[in-house]
Design a protein around this ligand. Sequence first.
Ligand code: AMP
Ligand code: MG
Length: 323
Amino acid sequence: MIIKASPESISRAANHIRDGRLVAFPTETVYGLGANALDPKAVAGIFAMKQRPSFDPLIVHICRLDQLWELVTSRDERIIRLARHFWPGPLTLVLPKSQLVPDIVTSGLPDVAIRMPANDTALQLIEAAGVPLAAPSANRFGRLSPTRAQHVEKQLPDLEIILDGGSCSIGLESSVVRLEPDGFRILRHGAVTSPMLTEIIPPSKLTTSLTLSDASPGLMLSHYSPETKLYILGQHPIPNDTSKAAYIGLTPSEIKGYHSVRFLSENGNLEEAAGNLFFFLHELEDKWLDFIVVEAVPETGLGIAIMDRLRKAAYRFHHSTNE
Ligand code: AMP
Ligand code: MG
């Protein structure tokens, strides 16, 4: 059920978390499906509700820097610099886990992913619950991430509490960066881009390329996908009859022959585009059109993350082995 975020509803949701139950809550990236990260049974409920495979680890959300030191064993000073600079914010750090973190949270891996979200409702909920929250995106596994409370309700209608904090300011999942012996590696692109990271850590200490074997578990080729078939313009052949199709362009231009047309940004701003992408995909998948065509965006800055999500969203429609 959707409940507007308020001091009363946050306190009720915090009690729910302490009872081992699940709560959906807003963050600046996407809505999360949270449970007490220190309670393996509660965390198991997240995997069950999302139908998420157990090999896909969860991000642990904290509200104060001192909580970090209970969850990890490394005190590398570069971690402190990154955390001070980017938290609260859309950067997830993958670090060696302490014994306090149950194996189910990390899918048995020795590292745990941690982030402090830049959203007051999220921070107040974590504070009131008194425990870190394990929270993946509040969608069914493999489907579109929710950027509105209504998107959560559409996919997870049985949830007792969906705290409504309006639309997510970023609307794209966090950047994920892992600490490695020789520096850091970007495991997932997001709003904290490599040029932003290299303001804090030297470029020679940041690896941005990913081979499939280093890829973050859970980062499959197919992910973040709408119900409706998706085509990327210039990358997939588009069917001739577009009369029952939708078109998503980057900036306004004259597009003819489509049932619905949307533009990600008035002036090509990639932040605005990222914020609108999942919103439009949710809206258009509900119209049960034949297919959706999306323009590719320039792969610079946030455009790298946008194209990563688009390719994963389109993948299952163009590769029969993954259907
Ligand atoms: P989500 O919260 O659904 O956006 O996804 C969380 C993602 O964070 C996972 O799919 C992984 O890609 C990444 N992640 C979480 N924990 C770890 C970890 N211990 N090691 C590497 N990647 C992780
Ligand atoms: Mg997700």
